[in-house]
Ligand binder design. Structure first.
Ligand SMILES: [Zn+2]
Length: 569
């Protein structure tokens, strides 16, 4: 059990006059005691003292005596597990925020459940207002769809319950959408509407759109929603955005996350984050990838390259690109066709030349390149581009990343370590996708190359971890459990458990490896004197508890720079 002693701070005259930036007087320590401290290094400790945002001392309980004062914040976490704060290695921060404001179907069990949720929203919506949701996944429902195309339901039920409000529901993978009749009418979709390059309008046997728009086709409807948003005032949009960011921060703290790596933001968002950090309004530590076309980034982008703004609250030192889509929506670009969609190899969503152009821009601006690669073809092409680039420029230690590195040809697995390319993976995707991976890829490809962090680690690669939130719940405990068991929580289904990480490997993947993948291993990822005081305290010891107990682990404290951002009520 945790004992927490809040100690009243009595302001002395001198403290009243210090500026906001110096509100923490240097002898105002946060001291944590525990018999279960995972430092992430060879050193052990029973106590940690933090001051001015950083760890200033570690050692025995007695070693801390000189830091104890009436104004110190003392957390006695004896019996609890103290670890470096979780770092979310790949998520979408503002989208996580908006998902917390819109309908969320991540836990929906059937299409009817989803239709019912939309119905309730439609009944209370103003005429013409868009109804937005995300997280549906046709292969994760326990009730099968009878009248379907490739497993997708048709739009009729959704159109019936919302005849006057356009509905746009983003697929859990983020790589497709579902629209109702109203939205399709507004977008002018009919039998003649052609599939765009890199996307597909899913149609029934008569050639009529069923409501699903895969990959680039989603833009046909999505662009209308964007038009609708443009009618809102700048002020309204920004207020909404900020509301989402606040919700996203609270959600992360509740789940033990102290740092978040954002997988793709545009200039205006990067500016807002920088401003928030400089104004002291950013509570979490955010590290972001810039996301634009090479054309948009062809000018001077140096002002968006920001390192450690506002006491290490915001950094943008990477650029995001993407070569394919997601496996669930047949968007993963494969070397051999899908098992359940013969002759189809998936979608190449960005040209190789465009990715090469973005690589040049990243290199010129001293930024990391992070390329989304799900299918084995997308991964091979990305590795080829990176290898050619490193050789040509004799470049070392650029820490370029392949986001997801999900399905790999066995020949490509050793190349990650050889080239120093980081597979930026998500433990939870493995068990979340498990029900359909073998169907899509067949037994052999699934066993050898799907979510195979075991083989990547054995080959010497630095594997990172995360959730791709809001694609999955941002909870690191669930992703940790998936990483070490490869077992689904709901029905116990296992996905090649021989490819699991060890407990310690999984902890590293969520802490120091994520830090390394952002050039931040000198300031976070382990508990050491001089590093940031970012700490998560859990009710279970993730190294020694049973598999089942992992899921019972509760977040007791989330501490950023020595400040308590979340405390279990
Ligand atoms: Zn993502």
């Amino acid at each position: 059990m945790i004992k927490y002693y809040p100690i009243l701070i009595v302001l002395s005259l001198s403290q009243i006059y210090v500026s906001c930036d110096e509100k923490e007087s240097p002898d105002n320590y946060t001291i944590i005691y525990s018999d279960q401290i995972y430092t992430g290094t060879d050193d052990s400790a029973e106590a940690i003292a933090i001051s001015d945002g950083k760890i200033v001392a570690m050692g025995s309980k007695e070693d801390m005596n000189s830091y104890v004062s009436p104004t110190a914040e003392i957390i006695d976490a004896t019996g609890s597990f103290v670890m470096p704060g979780f770092i979310e290695g790949h998520g979408h921060f503002s989208r996580l925020g908006s998902s917390l404001m819109n309908l969320n179907f991540l836990r929906s069990k059937s299409w009817d459940d989803i239709v019912a949720m939309v119905k309730e929203k439609a009944e209370n919506a103003k005429p013409g207002e868009w109804i937005i949701g995300r997280g549906w996944h046709q292969e994760k429902w326990s009730v099968p769809v009878h009248d379907h195309v490739h497993g997708y339901p048709k739009h009729f039920k959704l159109s019936d319950i919302s005849p006057d409000n356009p509905v746009l529901l983003v697929h859990a993978s983020g790589h497709g959408i579902f629209a109702n009749q109203k939205a399709m009418e507004m977008a002018g979709v009919n039998k003649e509407t052609a599939n765009p390059v890199g996307g597909e309008i899913v149609r029934d046997e008569n050639g009529m759109a069923i409501g699903v728009f895969e990959e680039r086709a989603a833009q046909i409807v999505y662009s209308l929603y964007e038009e609708y948003l443009k009618q809102l005032s700048e002020e309204e949009l920004k207020t909404n955005w900020l509301k989402g960011i606040e919700l996203a921060q609270d959600e992360c703290f509740k789940k033990g996350i102290t740092s978040f790596q954002d997988a793709g933001s545009q200039f205006h968002e990067l500016e807002r984050y920088t401003q928030m950090a400089e104004d002291g309004d950013m509570r979490i530590r955010l590290w972001a990838m810039m996301r634009h076309s090479s054309e948009k980034m062809s000018g001077d982008i140096s002002k968006y390259r920001v390192i450690g703004a506002g006491d290490d609250r915001f950094t943008c030192r990477a650029i995001k690109s993407e070569l394919d889509g997601a496996l669930g929506s047949f968007g993963a670009w494969l070397l051999e066709p899908y098992d359940d969609k013969p002759h189809f190899h998936g979608q190449n969503t960005t040209t190789l030349d465009e990715v090469k152009a973005i690589a040049e821009i990243a290199y010129r601006n001293d930024m990391q390149l992070c390329v989304h690669g799900i299918g084995d073809r997308a991964n091979r092409e990305t590795l080829d581009i990176m290898e050619e680039f490193f050789t040509k420029n004799q470049a070392k230690d650029l820490r370029w990343r392949i986001e997801h590195s999900q399905h790999l040809h066995p020949d490509d697995i050793p190349r990650f370590a050889e080239l120093g390319v980081i597979p930026a993976m998500q433990g939870i995707h493995c068990t979340s996708d498990a029900p359909y991976v073998v169907k899509r890829l067949g037994e052999q490809r699934a066993k050898e190359g799907a979510y195979n962090w075991r083989a990547l680690l054995d080959a010497g690669a630095i594997v990172t971890n995360g959730t791709d939130a809001p694609v999955e719940d941002v909870d690191p405990i669930e992703s940790y459990y998936a990483s070490v068991t490869r077992k689904r929580i709901d029905n116990g289904m296992e996905f090649f458990p021989e490819n699991s990480m060890t407990r310690e490997e999984a902890l590293k993947s969520y802490t120091i490896s994520n830090a390394y993948a952002a050039f931040e291993e000198d300031i976070k990822g382990t508990l050491e004197v001089g590093k940031l005081g970012d700490i998560t305290i859990l009710s279970k010891n993730l190294l020694s508890c049973t598999d089942d107990e992992i899921l019972e682990a509760e977040v007791l404290y989330t501490i950023v720079g020595g400040d308590i951002m979340y405390q279990q009520p």
